[in-house]
Each structure stands twice: as structure tokens, then as C-alpha cells.
Design a protein around this ligand. Structure first.
Ligand code: ATP
Length: 295
């Protein structure tokens, strides 16, 4: 079963194309990151899924079905900073949320336990740290024990400790079998917690799939000779390369991390009568890979 399947989903706000024919699917049990810089369409996408916004084209299914109010009941959401009452406690606030969302009040202790706020359940919301406030928001999303959580930038604005707590919480929920769909503009966050990723840029899907396949570090070998085209064509044949392309006055050859062998490359070229004027190994970071994908 697929939790979510998007088929050429589009959205425009007047002339602004916020989503342009985006298609991907979210497997059950995955932690699925929707990664992209500000304005890339992440919030718009989540808003359409949760029926807050109407799409302009394309379609999607939830749990392999045409979405309805009932299918959405199976999804807990944290789409914007919730309006908790400052002078009320966690329990009192969650009672209000439960009433609005028609969830059972008996679930409140359970969700506060999960997000590690049970000890502070009777303190006023105003006394909470930012991280605790965010965890309370996740507790609200967990009311009714939904199978799927949709979170928009769950660590936004938090300090490193708060970020680590949310990250641990997401991993715990994933281990319990929940599917988590989260938007993020932070590569680091997606890399650390997600199993799958879709990368958006100006509403366009750049790439999607398994995080281990998409967000991998690479070895880049930079080479030059007096005939770059010839060198490029030669290196395309070199065993083990992932990608070969021209960049400025060099040929860039990508390899899986740790697998580039400069001596072998040099020998390979020399044996084919090509003398290198430059040969250098560069480690490509995830950051530069992400920038390359989105720039
Ligand atoms: P951020 O992380 O900054 O929220 P995002 O990736 O979630 O960014 P969206 O908020 O979905 O991106 O915005 C996508 C594009 O649509 C942006 O160009 C944005 O300015 C535009 N947009 C979003 N909402 C509206 C709206 N209600 N009216 C007009 N344009 C909008």
C-alpha cells in the first residue's frame, strides 16, 4: 500500500506556479522528507494533501483511495504553529484540541507520555521552552493515534537541543511504524532522519527516492589535458565512474565515496596516449550536492 501518491499535482497562485506537475509516492513506514529552499512549494503541497488548499491540476490518493474526510482522519498534522492558550496547561490545551478534532480525551496522557511532557502536563503553556511547545504541538497531532503524521518544518526556530529532541521523537515514532511526511529546508535534518526524499525547486520536482541513493557524498576527480573533449570521452569508459562532465577547463569524474583511484586514472590515460596536465581529488559534500541540485 502507498500512503500518498501524487500524480502530476500542480498549483498556481495567479501567475506564480507554486507546484508544477509533481509526481511521487510515499511508501508505508517511511520518513519522507520534502526538501527545498524557501518558496519551493512544500507548504503548498502539504496544504493540498490536507484539503486546506485546492490544486490547479493533477490528482493524488491517500492510502490508495480518493481522499475523503475519513481518509484524512488517519493523518495527524502539524502545519502551522498551533494557537495554544498561554495560561492553560498542556492537558487543558489538549482537551480543547481533542474537542475540536473530535478525538477522545482519554488519549491525552498517552500522547503527553510519548512527547515526554508528562511531568510538566499541568504547567501553564507560557512556562514552556520553545522545544516543549513544539513537542506539545506534535502531541496534539498524535491524538487519536493516526497512522501518518504530516509535519511542516517541525524544527523551525528551535535551538540545537530542541532540534535534537524533535529529531529523536520523529525517529521513535517511525520505529513504532508510523509514516511521517515532513517538509524541511534543511538538508542536514532530512539526511539525519529521513528514509526517503523529494527535492523541490520553484515547484518543480528535481529528484526523489531513497535518501541513501540521492543524498550520498561523492568523490570528484578533476582532470585536464590539452584536449578536453577527447579526455572526457576517454574517461566515460573508465570503470567505476558515476558521472563524467565538463566544468570550466576541466573534466569532472564522479565516483562513489572512497572509490576514486588517482594512480589508476593517470595510468589509464597515459596508456591511451593522453597526458594529464592536472589531476586532483575533491570530496563533494552533501551541501554542495544539494546546492547543485537546487541551483
Ligand atoms: P517556505 O518554507 O518559505 O514556507 P515553501 O517551500 O513551503 O516555502 P510555499 O509556501 O508553498 O513554499 O510557496 C511556494 C510559492 O507560492 C512561493 O513563490 C510563494 O510566494 C507562493 N505562494 C504561497 N502561498 C501563496 C498565496 N496564498 N498567494 C500567492 N502566492 C503564494
Amino acid at each position: 500500500m502507498e500512503i500518498l501518491n501524487l500524480d502530476r499535482l500542480s498549483k498556481n497562485y495567479g501567475k506564480i506556479q507554486a507546484l508544477n506537475q509533481v509526481s511521487f509516492s510515499v511508501p508505508k513506514g517511511s520518513v519522507f522528507g520534502i526538501l527545498g529552499p524557501n518558496g519551493s512549494g512544500k507548504t503548498t503541497l502539504l496544504g493540498i494533501i490536507m484539503d486546506i488548499l485546492k490544486s490547479s491540476g493533477g490528482s493524488f490518493t491517500l492510502f490508495d483511495e480518493v481522499p475523503t474526510e475519513k481518509t484524512r482522519q488517519r493523518i495527524g498534522t502539524l502545519l502551522e504553529t498551533p494557537n495554544f492558550y498561554h495560561y492553560l496547561s498542556a492537558v487543558q490545551n489538549l482537551k480543547i484540541v481533542a474537542a475540536i478534532k473530535q478525538k477522545d480525551e482519554s488519549d491525552i496522557e498517552r500522547v503527553l507520555e510519548i512527547v515526554n511532557l508528562i511531568q510538566r502536563k499541568d504547567s501553564a503553556f507560557s512556562t514552556y521552552s520553545l522545544g516543549m511547545k513544539q513537542r506539545l504541538a506534535i502531541a496534539a497531532a498524535l491524538l487519536g493515534n493516526p497512522e501518518v503524521l504530516v509535519l511542516d518544518e517541525p524544527t523551525n526556530g528551535l535551538d540545537p537541543v530542541g532540534i535534537a529532541e524533535i529529531r529523536a521523537l520523529i525517529m521513535k515514532l517511525a520505529n513504532e511504524g508510523k509514516t511521517i511526511i515532513m517538509a524541511s529546508h534543511m538538508l542536514d535534518e532530512v539526511e539525519k532522519v529521513c528514509t526517503h526524499v523529494a527535492i523541490l525547486k520553484y515547484g518543480q520536482l528535481i529528484t526523489h527516492g531513497d535518501v541513501n541513493e540521492i543524498l550520498v557524498n561523492e568523490d570528484v576527480v578533476e582532470v585536464s589535458s590539452n584536449n578536453l573533449e577527447q579526455l572526457k570521452n576517454l574517461l566515460i569508459q573508465f570503470p567505476g565512474n558515476v558521472n563524467v562532465y565538463l566544468k570550466e577547463n576541466t573534466v569532472q569524474v564522479n565516483f562513489q565515496p572512497g572509490s576514486a583511484n588517482l594512480e589508476e586514472i593517470n595510468k589509464y590515460c597515459f596508456e591511451r596516449s593522453v597526458v594529464l596536465s592536472h589531476l586532483q581529488l575533491k570530496k563533494k559534500s552533501l551541501e554542495s550536492k544539494f546546492l547543485e541540485l537546487t541551483n
